[in-house]
Design a protein around this ligand. Structure first.
Ligand code: SF4
Length: 59
């Protein structure tokens, strides 16, 4: 959630390869959704992160 909040508010959360690579290689299989004890839909969040990363790359 900290990453999501940082992205959503335009804060610098350090978009380096350690952050970008795992997000951009996500296959959206949604397997992690069943593991989150808080019920966060991780696959949906990753989809949003990808859009934000791509938007940042186009600036
Ligand atoms: S949806 Fe979750 S488990 Fe599936 S590839 Fe992406 S991060 Fe990994």
């Amino acid at each position: 959630m900290l990453i999501e909040n940082g992205f959503g508010q335009g804060k610098d959360v350090g978009l380096d390869s350690d952050v970008i690579n795992p997000i951009m290689t996500c296959l959206h299989c949604a397997a992690c959704d069943t593991q989150c004890p808080a019920g966060i839909r991780i696959a949906d969040a990753i989809h949003s992160f990808k859009a934000i990363i791509l938007e940042a790359m186009l600036k």
